[in-house]
Design a protein around this ligand. Structure first.
Ligand code: HEC
Ligand code: HEC
Ligand code: HEC
Length: 194
């Protein structure tokens, strides 16, 4: 009976509902066009997990387009981009190709995703900083504080991973930004908490 209820719940969950996301492998979550799964260096914990220690950075992020990139996969424009890209997935929000830039950790096995983590939370903290499970563990240890366990995102990360010209995105009509203008929009601090 319990199993039946669980299955019924999963089947009736509305599209996009994130029930038990951390217990399901990417393919079981309905993500299509997957390549080989990754073995991340740590567990993904999700943006909410950063808030107790980096609230200002979180609030800043929430106001940026990075917090909405996976919502865009549900738009009419997404269908146009998908057609130009020639994806094989049934919809852009299910495509590992689209989620590879518009989501975070799409290729992470279930064991590397904490219950609070959502692939569709957009270009999340951990997309740039890497999975932070170990960082959070280290920062919760009693003082004296050791190293953060994180390394700086590489200088060219924005451009090598996502922000390069894409023929499929011509319909988007993105404005060209200089690095300074772009960074000013997403700049965040609070790394050196006393
Ligand atoms: C328990 C508190 C705590 C949590 C939770 C936490 N951090 Fe931190 N974080 C810190 C502290 C303290 C530092 C400063 C470390 C230092 O000065 O060496 C830091 C530093 C950082 C840095 C700078 C790293 C460096 O070495 O310069 C980044 C990036 C960062 N955190 C990202 C995150 C992200 C992303 C999350 C959520 C996934 C997160 N943190 C969750 C406490 C925390
Ligand atoms: C290589 C990374 C990358 C991939 C893969 C990617 N996107 Fe994007 N997408 C971006 C970036 C970066 C932007 C911001 C605008 C720009 O720079 O072109 C964007 C913007 C968009 C927008 C515009 C949102 C708006 O209203 O401004 C849509 C829609 C979109 N992408 C859909 C898709 C779809 C659908 C796919 C899969 C076929 C996809 N993207 C794959 C990086 C990517
Ligand atoms: C688009 C990529 C990106 C996203 C998303 C992002 N960051 Fe960062 N973050 C960076 C970069 C780049 C730096 C600067 C690293 C350096 O010092 O060169 C940085 C710096 C930091 C620092 C250290 C700041 C300092 O004063 O040393 C913290 C803490 C941090 N980020 C936390 C977060 C948290 C929390 C989130 C999510 C709410 C987040 N970041 C989202 C790219 C990103």
């Amino acid at each position: 009976m319990r199993h039946f209820l669980l299955i019924a719940l999963l089947l009736t969950a509305p599209a996009g509902a994130q029930l038990y996301e951390d217990q399901l492998e990417p393919a079981e979550l309905g993500i299509e066009e997957l390549g080989p799964l990754a073995t991340p260096p740590a567990v993904y914990v999700g943006n909410e997990a950063c808030r107790p220690c980096h609230e200002a950075a979180y609030q800043k992020w929430l106001g940026t387009k990075h917090a909405r990139t996976s919502v865009w996969l549900h738009t009419r424009m997404a269908l146009q981009v998908a057609a130009r890209h020639g994806i094989k997935a049934s919809s852009p929000d299910k495509s590992a190709v689209c989620l590879g830039c518009h989501g975070t950790g799409v290729d992470a096995p279930a064991a590397y995703r904490d219950p609070g983590f959502r692939i569709a939370e957009g270009v999340a903290c951990e997309k740039c900083h890497g999975p932070c499970g170990e960082h959070v563990r280290l920062m919760n240890l009693p003082p004296p504080r050791g190293p953060s366990g994180l390394s700086k995102p590489p200088q060219d990360l924005c451009y090598t991973s996502c922000h390069h010209p894409k023929e499929s995105h011509a319909v988007v009509g993105a404005k060209h930004l200089t690095h300074e203008q772009a960074w000013a929009k997403i700049e965040h601090k609070e790394g050196r908490i006393k």
